[in-house]
Ligand binder design. Structure first.
Ligand SMILES: [Zn+2]
Length: 153
């Protein structure tokens, strides 16, 4: 997929029983450059029944002022035009150079996701020293219920 062309990001798709899972690994030097380096990024499920498209955004922004703190946010937005609902979930984890968890994970999940709906999560007040420890951001996206006939129509 096109996503693999971005420097430092790899993606792999896994077909799960009632949907699709994609795992992105973002390898970083500076977490606050994640948006500039990798985005915009889109994911398509290539589903045979209800194909869906998604826009992914990870943003690390310095809080205005002199405190040197950052906020981090993640957003998953459905951008296809199908009127069928799906279930979506998002899990973002952060690792340091030794493979240890650097921050608590960001998690968001919605049972009914339509066109233009968004999932988001984030946290603030991250000291800049902690920002520099993160070398890998792993994003797991699951899109479910696209294969079942019992949809929300
Ligand atoms: Zn599907």
């Amino acid at each position: 997929m096109a996503e693999s062309n971005y420097t430092g990001v790899t993606s792999r798709e896994v077909l799960i029983q009632d949907g699709h899972q994609v795992i992105y690994d973002f390898n970083l030097h500076h977490l606050d450059l994640i948006e500039k380096t990798f985005f915009p990024l889109e994911y398509e499920t290539w589903c045979l029944t209800v194909p869906t498209s998604w826009k992914i955004e990870l943003k690390c922004v310095r809080v205005p002022g002199n405190n040197g703190l950052y906020t981090f946010s993640v957003k998953l937005k459905r951008v296809d035009d199908s009127n069928r609902c799906v279930k979506a979930s998002l899990h973002v984890s952060f690792y340091d150079v030794r493979g240890r968890v650097a921050f608590p994970p960001l998690i968001s999940s919605k049972d009914i996701v339509e066109h233009d709906d968004e999932l988001e999560d984030g946290f603030g007040d991250i000291p800049s020293a902690d920002i520099s420890h993160v070398v890998l951001v792993k994003v797991v996206i699951m899109i479910k219920r696209c294969h079942t006939e019992t949809n929300f129509q």
